[in-house]
Design a protein around this ligand. Structure first.
Ligand SMILES: NC(=O)c1ccc[n+]([C@@H]2O[C@H](COP(=O)([O-])OP(=O)(O)OC[C@H]3O[C@@H](n4cnc5c(N)ncnc54)[C@H](OP(=O)(O)O)[C@@H]3O)[C@@H](O)[C@H]2O)c1
Length: 249
């Protein structure tokens, strides 16, 4: 799909990997609807940077834990832009908890933000008039869901997070089948790219050093995989593990 002149909605794009993806897509001429939750100030900075580069960025706030706010997010984005061609489900929470100590609230919150929100957004995305089946095999829409390499190698400690991401991978493949050929649906499964703010840095460094690659990945590695999937018109229902081979261990 020719990316220049298309419009993308990226969730959780105020900071970190979402912001890197927003800037990279803007650099190749994609208009960005930059969703954020609490990071309104960061989203404004990213939007200004995109505008400085000559691009278009429209910040849009929504709490993805609230299905009513999720339900209005895509219609609001469409009203602002006329239509969304690319949906990137990047926003997520990553809160530790094993099977014994994950409470119902944490479980529900992970499912709401990491699974239900991407589901509702994909549904609203696929219902847009310009993405309906019309007998044409031309790819007109793209979805990329951010997963995690740990879905291939479950480990204790993040039960709700891993279950939600695993279900999102399942949903990715179902959506790819159902929405082809007009819409392609793929995923990126990162490994250690950026350390979590609330986890010890040494732990992140130890995990990154233990990958086959022996080091952490960079946001640019995620961006490269994203651009590859968005530009490629014969891949759907697949995932790219950007994890230095961690999923193999
Ligand atoms: N970083 C890594 O090394 C790594 C590794 C494996 C997988 N991943 C996956 O890659 C993606 C991006 O990673 P990241 O580390 O950049 O993510 P992150 O910083 O943990 O979260 C991304 C964004 O999600 C948004 N978010 C969370 N809860 C929300 C809510 N209730 N409503 C609205 N927005 C909400 C936040 O937006 P606000 O700040 O605006 O509230 C946050 O900035 C995630 O899906 C993550 O699971 C990342």
């Amino acid at each position: 799909m020719e990316l220049t002149g298309t419009t993308a909605l990226i969730t959780g794009a105020g900071r970190r990997l979402g912001a890197a993806c927003a800037l990279a897509l803007a650099r190749v001429g994609v208009r960005i609807v930059l969703h954020h939750g609490t990071s309104a100030a960061d989203a404004r900075v990213v939007s200004e940077e995109i505008q400085r580069l000559g691009g278009t960025a429209l910040p849009l706030a929504a709490d993805l834990a609230d299905p009513e706010q999720v339900a209005t997010l895509l219609p609001r984005a469409i009203t602002l832009t006329g239509g969304i061609d690319i949906l990137i489900n990047n926003a997520a929470i990553f809160i530790p908890g094993g099977l014994r100590d994950t409470d119902s609230e944490s479980w529900q919150r992970h499912l709401a933000i990491n699974l239900t929100a991407p589901f509702l957004l994909m549904q609203a995305f696929a219902r847009q008039p310009h993405l309906q089946p019309n007998g044409d095999t031309r790819v007109r829409g793209k979805v990329v869901n951010l997963l995690d390499q740990r879905i291939d190698r479950p480990r204790p400690g993040h039960v709700a997070y891993t279950a939600a991401k695993s279900a999102l991978w399942s949903l990715t493949r179902m959506a790819a089948l159902e929405l082809a050929p007009a819409i392609q649906v793929n995923a990126i499964a990162p490994g250690p790219i950026l350390p979590a703010a609330d986890a010890p840095l040494e732990q992140f460094q130890r995990i990154a050093a233990a990958t086959p690659a022996g080091c952490p990945g960079s946001p640019e590695a995620i961006v490269d995989a994203l651009l590859f999937l968005l530009r490629h018109d014969y891949i759907t229902g697949d995932k790219v593990c950007v994890d230095g081979g961690e999923h193999l261990l």
